[in-house]
Design a protein around this ligand. Structure first.
Ligand code: PGA
Length: 252
């Protein structure tokens, strides 16, 4: 049975005072939420401990990236084991900003997923096509290749620690969202690709990301293969983020 998840990726935003204010509001307002959604906050790594100390049990915490290596002379890097040690249960892997701005390759993505498994974290693998790739009709092939490159080495018992987030690059931070129908079509194609890799595809949660807001979340989350969202800008405002969490339907 796949989980319904709404994860807030703060990117390089926030402060200790935002943690206090936002997480406290979430603590009190989430108590009445009965749609079974798992809420995850993914702040900058420096604020993970603050979020964990402030968050009540129903909120999970993650990091935005981990190193490809277990430990050693890699100045500035943070290992998956350290994130686990602090109490994180999730890590994003292969966000398009990491792929585009930091040149992260498919090989590094696969190595980071391995590290996440070793540390007992759930990896949220981010995939998505650029506008040019969509316009040339290559979107599904590009995403399928990212899925294969990232997940070909996943063993049977590790699939329960994989979540996939489909985030079309042209929709991230732009205010443009894929239509619910286009997003659903890509999610269905991702599920097929997962099945081809030997995954229990119906049990893997697939999130949509890219300009998700309170007013478009319900249409996206009501699609049969969309199990929640990965939220950037809108996760920095408690009311907006809570409305998105509430937009997950109680039953599929
Ligand atoms: P956005 O970002 O919601 O601000 O578009 C989503 C993401 O990059 O995870």
């Amino acid at each position: 049975m796949r989980r319904k998840i709404v994860a807030g990726n703060w990117k390089m935003n926030g402060s200790r005072s935002l943690v206090k204010q936002l997480v406290s509001t979430m603590n009190s307002d989430l108590t009445g939420l009965d749609n079974g959604v798992e809420v995850v906050i993914i702040p900058p790594a420096l604020y993970v401990s603050d979020v964990i100390e402030t968050a009540e049990r129903s909120i999970q915490v993650g990091v935005q990236n981990v190193a490809c290596w277990e430990s050693g002379a890699y100045t500035g890097e943070i290992s998956a084991a350290m994130a686990g040690d602090l109490g994180c249960s999730y890590t994003l892997i292969g966000h398009s900003e990491r792929r585009q701005l930091f040149g992260e390759t498919d090989e590094q993505v696969a190595a980071k997923i391995d590290q996440a498994f070793s540390a007992g974290l759930t990896a949220i693998l981010c995939v998505g096509e650029t506008l040019e790739q969509r316009e040339s009709g290559a979107a599904e092939a590009v995403v399928a290749e990212q899925i294969r490159a990232g997940l070909a080495g996943v063993a049977d018992e590790q699939w329960q620690r994989i979540v996939v987030a489909y985030e079309p690059v042209w929709a991230i931070g732009t205010g443009k969202t894929a239509t619910a129908e286009d997003a659903q079509a890509m999610h269905a194609s991702i599920r097929k690709e997962l099945a081809a890799l030997g995954a229990p595809a119906n049990d893997v949660s697939l999130l949509y990301g890219g300009s998700v807001k309170a007013d478009n979340a319900a249409a996206l989350f009501s699609q049969p293969d969309i199990d929640g969202g990965l939220i950037g800008g809108a996760s920095l405002k408690a009311d907006e983020f809570l409305s998105i969490c509430r937009a997950v339907p109680r039953e599929y």
